[in-house]
Ligand binder design. Structure first.
Ligand SMILES: Cc1cc2nc3c(=O)[nH]c(=O)nc-3n(C[C@H](O)[C@H](O)[C@H](O)COP(=O)(O)OP(=O)(O)OC[C@H]3O[C@@H](n4cnc5c(N)ncnc54)[C@H](O)[C@@H]3O)c2cc1C
Length: 455
């Protein structure tokens, strides 16, 4: 059957494409997983367009894969079984800002940077900041988080309501605009993080936050990664309300200095940000200073003006790109485990030692406040066996994280890369997840091949 003319008739030829370049652009994301082109790409402009596409796909059992910015790191947006890729670039508007409610309702294709630009005039911001300029739909779909999650939470904490088109074309809303609710089951929590396998989001209501009166950034270097992690743990257990607390190891500082316009001391470091008012921040900073000095900090420096503060976080956000650009002949595999804070030092040290053992270039960075960290493993795809060694390394990280009571993915999601660990991590609960998938998508059209192990 020829899907293309049918879809042209259904939603219009100007919203449907089989152009070679467009198909190629929807065949991959930012991960190492093999590319696979969809048969057709559609560009919906409304929930009703999405509804028409899903009804058609469900009737003919055609796979459907939503596509955001394609910045996923686990192959989530790759149409491994071909079918229809739904690109949300034309559904990228703010629908409504409700400043007095601290709520915004958006279409899924808006990116986080675009959203924050629009929120500035209200003195508000949206705090989830993955390193890429991802779409809000993609971020909700992977339960993304970022450097401010230690203070504000990840996507699951921000989403108040989703308009979702189900596999059979029914449209539901999963929550409300109230800050909290005890009504019914937590469908927001179920759909956020479902990676396009349970439904397609066409509207998203998010919590917003006031831009703090005073923002101070600081960085602090230590003699070892272990002392960084111990300092971070002490700050957390002391209850200091950190807005950001990021670990950057010495290798990553060197890489950042080469790529960004910075000359930070090459030593394991913590990057901090304090949000509050002047008085409160002053007290918090003094408290943190005492803790890091006790943990053996080498220097504690402030980035007081906003340009230097922006440069600090730009350098942190762009570290993945810094590694890629600094080593153009190598590929980058990024691990993403999350462990209880008490096990963080052991897990980070393990990763650091493994990089040396395997002889890989790369480094360790992490949202240490959440127990979530990444090892950037730089491998040469042209050297036989290197990719397999990198995968083995990544699997060893997951095994240790699970043994530590943690999870195989803190924020990047399952996609294709973490399917094999789902049964081990979730045990009998996996059966409940599979039952939910069967109920919501009996024809298995929604992003097949992702998250759920074969039954
Ligand atoms: C340099 C770099 C740094 C990164 N840093 C972080 C980080 O700090 N934290 C983090 O969490 N992630 C990070 N990521 C990963 C990535 O940015 C996130 O996974 C992000 O949430 C993906 O969003 P996207 O718009 O690119 O979605 P895509 O990659 O296009 O898609 C991701 C998933 O969302 C689904 N999807 C997209 N739109 C919809 C919709 N409307 N309805 C239902 N499902 C939908 C897709 O089907 C797919 O399953 C990073 C990636 C890069 C390249």
């Amino acid at each position: 059957m020829d899907i293309y003319p049918d879809l042209c008739k259904l939603i219009g030829a100007d919203q449907t494409s089989v152009n070679e370049t467009i198909l190629r652009n929807h065949s991959k994301d930012e991960s190492d997983h093999a590319a696979s082109e969809p048969d057709v790409v559609v560009f919906p402009e409304s929930s009703e367009d999405v509804q028409k596409v899903l009804r058609y796909a469900n009737k003919h059992k055609i796979p459907v894969v939503p596509f955001g910015a394609g910045s996923g790191l686990e192959g989530q947006a790759i149409p491994v079984n071909k079918g229809i890729s739904i690109d949300f670039e034309r559904m990228n508007k703010v629908i409504e800002v409700r400043p007095e409610d601290l709520v915004v309702i958006v279409q899924p294709g808006i990116t986080r940077i675009q959203l924050n630009e629009e929120l500035k005039k209200y003195g508000l911001f949206f705090p989830v900041d993955p390193g890429a300029d991802a779409t809000i739909g993609g971020m909700a779909s992977t339960n993304a988080s970022g450097t401010m999650t230690v203070r504000y939470g990840g996507m699951r904490d921000q989403v108040l309501n989703l308009k979702v088109v189900l596999a059979d074309g029914r449209i539901i809303e999963t929550g409300s605009l109230a800050k909290k609710s005890s009504s019914g089951l937590h469908l927001n929590g179920l759909f956020v993080g479902s990676e396009g396998t349970l439904g397609v989001f066409t509207e998203i209501a998010l919590k917003l936050h006031g831009i703090p009166e005073d923002i101070v950034a600081a960085r602090c270097s230590f003699p070892s990664v272990k002392s960084c992690v111990e300092a971070a743990t002490a700050i957390l257990t002391a209850g200091v309300p950190m807005a950001r607390m990021e670990l950057v190891d010495a290798r990553s500082i060197r890489q950042a200095n080469e790529y960004s316009d910075t000359d930070y001391e090459v030593a394991p470091s913590l990057f901090f940000e304090f949000h509050g008012n002047k008085g409160g921040n002053k007290e918090d900073i003094e408290f943190v200073r005492a803790i890091v000095e006790e943990a053996g900090c080498l220097e504690f420096l402030f980035e007081t003006d906003s340009l230097k503060r922006t440069a600090l976080w730009k350098a942190r956000h762009e570290l993945n790109y810094a590694y890629r650009h600094g080593n153009p002949q190598l590929a980058c595999m990024t691990t993403d485990v999350c462990v209880p804070i008490s096990k963080l030092a052991e897990n980070v040290e393990f990763a650091s030692n493994k990089l040396d053992e395997y002889g890989f270039k790369g480094g360790v960075v992490g949202h240490v406040g959440d127990g979530n960290f990444h090892t950037m493993i730089m491998y040469d795809p042209k050297v036989e066996g290197e990719f397999e060694k990198a995968v083995e390394f990544s699997h060893q990280m997951v095994k240790l994280a699970l043994k530590s009571g943690g999870t195989c993915t803190g924020e990047h999601g399952v996609g294709l890369g973490k399917i094999d660990f789902q049964r081990e991590e979730h045990g009998e609960a996996m059966e409940i997840m599979l039952a939910l998938k069967r109920t919501l998508d009996p024809n298995q059209i929604l992003n097949p091949g992702k998250i759920f192990p074969k039954e």
